[in-house]
Design a protein around this ligand. Structure first.
Ligand SMILES: CC(C)(COP(=O)(O)OP(=O)(O)OC[C@H]1O[C@@H](n2cnc3c(N)ncnc32)[C@H](O)[C@@H]1O)[C@@H](O)C(=O)NCCC(=O)NCCS
Ligand SMILES: Nc1ncnc2c1ncn2[C@@H]1O[C@H](COP(=O)(O)OP(=O)(O)OP(=O)(O)O)[C@@H](O)[C@H]1O
Length: 486
């Protein structure tokens, strides 16, 4: 069934094709499809000009001169196309608008579920579907305050809640699954258990995703085509819908498919966990390539008193003198990485960053220790009711921490800058720096998985501004009034 992006794609196409065209005659081949009854429908439209085509939710609103509006809903399979007059119609063509310029605007619908209603302009807002319709998902119309007060009142599962057009206009099965995946929300999560940060994420993801889908001319998974008879392209960008059994593009876990409110529902069981109780603390994963600027970004969070869990520091502590980790490293690597009984990190680094098997041998030891320490730190901050905790981890994706976060921020710089900053900071040769960079997942790969990308190729201050903007957008910067109110 066409959702908002597909209907908007049709609206844009039709505006180009028939905006300004005048109707010479109308043939109704399936009278049940139109109202008022066919003879009046035809008489009222004859001689009228299509001044504009609007959209509200999944409804098309054809505006004619004489203050007439035709409300058209495509339902499951409805399609408009424009053909030269007299060319053969199909058995599924139900309404033909002959234009004065020798073309025909035709409506076809294999399922015959679509409807067209002609009425005085302005009256359409009283139609059952339109009268109760929720806000359009745009920056200006779908506000956080609206969502918050609406969400507080509902104990429904989020999936059917979002499909209900009276809450938010335009979403259907595909984009609900996509935006829930983007926001790490389980489709069965009760709406009133969502913390503020998830409402903000969901709001932003709905607006972003629908805009992207419009730019991609909609999604064709079944039969949708544009007014030009072409398939959409956005099906190539879907992350969960239609991907059952395939790896989650964020964490690698196979996507599952289940039924929620009678609708097929795809989700990632690792990224979209169901929570019995509200999880108030947002975990922001912060990553990038080596020396791209994670610590520089972390410093901004610390400036706002936001706790940062530093995976590198934890990695150091699990290999501290006398630790179990060091014993295990000695058993695995032997004396060659020890000097006077002390672990020689540089020597170990030299081995592991030049040989993937050796790196795996090391991370098989350090991985579980680091992971347990991160888990303990997160639990501590949750108990303290922190609103936001940053997990700064260079190997966030490689080590499998991505599914444990609510959002991922990637810090990027150009390849040349990365090499130069790494060589300068760690006093490495070009070869040494390159082999460290190569031992990590390519930066571009991380950027593709990111929810937000911080560009650190300019000054530190330019980077700071981007981080502060994110904090502000997510509601983590309190105004002085909010602060004094506690
Ligand atoms: C090999 C070790 C001893 C080298 O120590 P050294 O003091 O020279 O470097 P340091 O620990 O400060 O790491 C520097 C940078 O190397 C990169 N790096 C470290 N470990 C890895 C890894 N497993 N995979 C890819 N890159 C890594 C990161 O970008 C990190 O910021 C050390 O990096 C280590 O113990 N690595 C394994 C632990 C780990 O996976 N750490 C990452 C934390 S999530
Ligand atoms: N915007 C910037 N302009 C110039 N130099 C910068 C900028 N941001 C960071 N640097 C420098 O680049 C180097 C790497 O930055 P930083 O230490 O923040 O990276 P990192 O991603 O935390 O590194 P690692 O992967 O080792 O943890 C440092 O020497 C830092 O001072």
């Amino acid at each position: 069934m066409p959702e908002l992006p597909e209907v908007e794609t049709v609206r844009r196409g039709l505006t180009r094709l028939v905006g300004g065209a005048t109707i010479q005659s109308v043939t109704v081949l399936y009278p049940k499809m139109v109202s008022p009854e066919a003879a009046t429908f035809v008489a009222d439209l004859t001689g009228k000009t299509i001044e504009k085509i609007d959209r509200r939710g999944k409804y098309l609103l054809f505006r004619f001169n004489g203050d007439l509006t035709m409300v058209s809903h495509l339902r499951m399979e409805g399609k408009y196309d424009v053909q030269p007059a007299g060319s053969p119609v199909t058995k599924h063509t139900h309404v033909v608008f002959t234009l004065t310029d020798g073309r025909e605007l035709r409506y076809t619908d294999t399922r015959k579920f679509g409807r067209m209603r002609l009425m005085a302009t302005g009256k359409e807002t009283t139609l059952p579907g339109l009268a109760t319709m929720g806000p359009e998902p745009t920056e200006a119309t779908l506000t956080f305050d609206y969502m918050k007060q609406r969400f507080q009142k509902s104990k429904k599962a989020i999936k059917p809640f979002l499909l209900d057009q009276s809450n938010i206009a335009g979403l259907g099965n595909i984009y609900v699954d996509e935006t829930l995946w983007m926001s790490r929300i389980h489709p069965l999560q009760e709406v009133n258990t969502l913390p503020d940060f998830q409402i903000r994420q969901l709001r932003e993801n709905i607006i972003k995703e629908l805009n992207m889908a419009i730019l991609g001319h909609g999604t064709t998974v079944h039969s949708f085509s544009t007014a030009f008879g072409e398939a959409g392209e956005f099906q190539n960008h879907l992350r969960v819908y239609g991907r059952k059994g395939l790896a989650c593009q964020r964490c690698g876990t196979p996507i599952e498919k289940t039924k929620v409110a009678q609708r097929g529902t795809a989700f990632c069981p690792a990224c979209q966990k169901y929570h019995k109780h509200v999880k108030q603390t947002m975990i922001l994963g912060l990553t990038g390539g080596i020396a791209t600027g994670k610590s520089t970004v972390s410093a901004v969070f610390r400036e706002f008193d936001i706790p940062v869990i530093d995976a590198d520091a934890i990695a150091h502590s699990v290999l501290a003198p006398g630790s179990d980790g060091v014993d295990q490293v000695w058993e695995a690597f032997g004396d060659r990485v020890f000097e006077a009984g002390k672990l020689n990190r540089k020597a170990l680094g030299h081995i592991v960053f030049n040989d993937a098997d050796e790196l795996k041998r090391l991370t098989d030891i350090t991985g579980p220790l680091i992971s347990a320490a991160i888990k303990a730190a997160v639990s501590t901050y949750r108990r303290k009711h922190a609103n936001l905790v940053v997990l700064d981890a260079p190997t966030l994706f490689e080590a499998g921490y991505a599914a444990k976060t609510n959002e991922i921020m990637v810090v990027k710089i150009s390849a040349a800058q990365q090499l130069q900053r790494l060589m300068a900071r760690d006093d490495l040769s070009e070869d040494q720096a390159e082999s460290r960079i190569k031992s990590q997942l390519p930066l571009q790969n991380k950027i593709e998985k990111a929810d937000v990308v911080i560009d650190n190729s300019g000054s530190v201050e330019t980077t700071r501004v981007q981080v502060v903007e994110w904090l502000d957008k997510m509601g983590f910067i309190k105004t002085p009034a909010e602060d004094s109110a506690g």
